[in-house]
Design a protein around this ligand. Structure first.
Ligand SMILES: Nc1ncnc2c1ncn2[C@@H]1O[C@H](COP(=O)(O)OP(=O)(O)OP(=O)(O)O)[C@@H](O)[C@H]1O
Ligand SMILES: C[C@@](O)(CCO)CC(=O)[O-]
Length: 399
């Protein structure tokens, strides 16, 4: 490459609005991006190293380029596009590095993701691996259910995709040619990020990387009959303000999913009714979010308030249904009850059992009430983020 290249990509985290758990049973879910982002700075170097700096994990690592070439071959056409083999190659590099580096499990996974995407993208785009330095930092709490892994995967995918497309382009002005990600680029980035999410989670629905790539609010459903996954962006949805409330309690998604599945196997007729009710909630909420945008545009305060009230009902009903699946907790229920005192509605979000709840903040509620509620939540030991949902998706800044 003639001149050094430097750019920054960023991607938002996500929150599930409606449909956690029921989505596991093929029902629709609604997820939204949040205005907390992961930021990745990318620079080319002539160091013959791949330099990785993961600020949230307090981890820095330099991998000699010749180690990668030694273990994986210099030729980019050595392997067919076999994802298992690409993952195995990446694992082999990690195992060699482990002779000298003490990774913890999070650091190991994050580096594995970079190596896996590096092989995947360089081979798909037919470009040999070269030296670079990446630095990643995030506003998101890692492993708490707000999509840190998807946000990270999207950033790594976007950065490597951009790097290789620049190398692949013959133009003196190539850096200027690509000053944003088009919808075609986002489609590609989303696919790479999904592959990365599968490395992290084994089996992922794909909604997290979709929301972190495209931003806004997304509807996810399994097509009846075929089981095909459908993602639909609610681009005309209203931007909502929420409190994202951290219980501070750890949760395991796998454990919570198992609790529901055992309950289901003992009481399937009853649980089916609960899951169907959750499906209706997601569908109605999608309609309300679009209606709210229309009423906001028309300055129709009466209808705005009316529909917001119905959306709040859905939040409370959904929490009740999730609690009936036994996946709420003392802390999550206490958040719901505290906010109820201020006429605000909350529900758990994500797997439950701990993790986060969110509270919907209607635009017409006096700020004093909102702040008093916030104070009581903080006094009760919870951490609050006052955020907006529907932030932009993956983004790039060129230097
Ligand atoms: N800022 C980051 N820097 C480096 N690695 C990260 C970063 N954020 C996430 N990761 C990687 O993603 C993994 C976290 O994935 P996990 O699914 O446990 O959490 P989450 O994505 O926050 O939760 P959820 O998938 O339920 O929303 C970490 O172990 C790490 O490997
Ligand atoms: C509980 C669940 O529905 C959401 C976890 O964030 C699990 C999943 O969809 O994979």
């Amino acid at each position: 490459m003639s001149s050094p290249l430097k750019f920054i990509v960023s991607a938002p985290g996500k929150v599930i609005l409606f449909g956690e758990h029921s989505v596991v049973y093929g029902k629709p879910a609604l997820a939204a991006s949040i205005n907390k982002r992961t930021v990745l700075t990318f620079e080319t170097t002539d160091s013959d190293l791949i330099e990785i700096n993961l600020c949230n994990l307090n981890f820095a690592l330099s991998i000699p380029l010749n180690l990668i070439q030694y273990l994986c071959g210099k030729s980019i056409i050595l392997l067919p596009y076999d994802y298992e083999k690409l993952l195995q190659m990446s694992e082999n590099i990690i195992k060699t590095l482990e002779k000298n580096v003490n990774f913890n499990s999070q650091q190991r996974m994050s580096v594995l993701c970079i190596l896996y995407l590096l092989h995947n993208i360089s081979r798909t785009m037919q470009v040999p691996v070269r030296s670079f330095k990446i630095t990643v930092s995030s506003d998101l709490i890692i492993g708490a259910g707000t999509g840190s892994s998807a946000s990270y995967s999207v950033c790594v995918a976007a950065a490597l995709y951009h790097f290789f497309r620049i190398i692949n382009t013959n133009s003196n002005y190539k850096e200027k040619l690509y000053s944003l990600f088009t919808s075609e680029d986002k489609k590609i980035i989303n696919e790479y990020a999904f592959a990365c999410e599968q490395v992290i989670h084994g089996k992922a629905s794909g909604i997290d990387n979709f929301v972190c790539t495209y931003g806004s609010i997304a509807e996810f459903s399994n097509e009846e009959g075929t089981g095909n996954k459908n993602f639909n962006l609610l681009e005309n949805s209203v931007q909502l303000r929420i409190f994202l409330i951290n219980t501070g309690m750890d949760r395991s998604t796998a454990k919570m999913v198992k609790i529901v599945s055992e309950l289901y196997s003992r009481n399937n007729n009853v649980i089916d009714i609960i899951l169907n009710a959750m499906a209706e909630i997601s569908k109605k909420a999608s309609l309300f979010l679009i209606q709210l945008k229309n009423y906001e545009n028309e300055n129709d305060h009466k209808n705005l308030k009316n529909v917001f009230g119905q959306l709040e009902d859905l939040v409370s009903i959904n929490h009740g249904l999730l609690a009936s699946l036994t996946i709420s907790s003392k802390e999550l229920d206490s958040i719901v009850n505290i906010t109820k005192k201020y006429d605000l509605h909350s529900k758990l979000t994500g797997a439950g059992g701990g993790g986060f709840a969110f509270t919907l903040i209607p635009p017409y509620i006096p700020e004093e009430i909102v702040q008093n509620c916030k104070k009581e939540l903080i006094y009760s030991g919870y951490t609050i983020d006052d955020i907006t949902i529907g932030d932009i998706g993956v983004d790039i800044k060129i230097f």
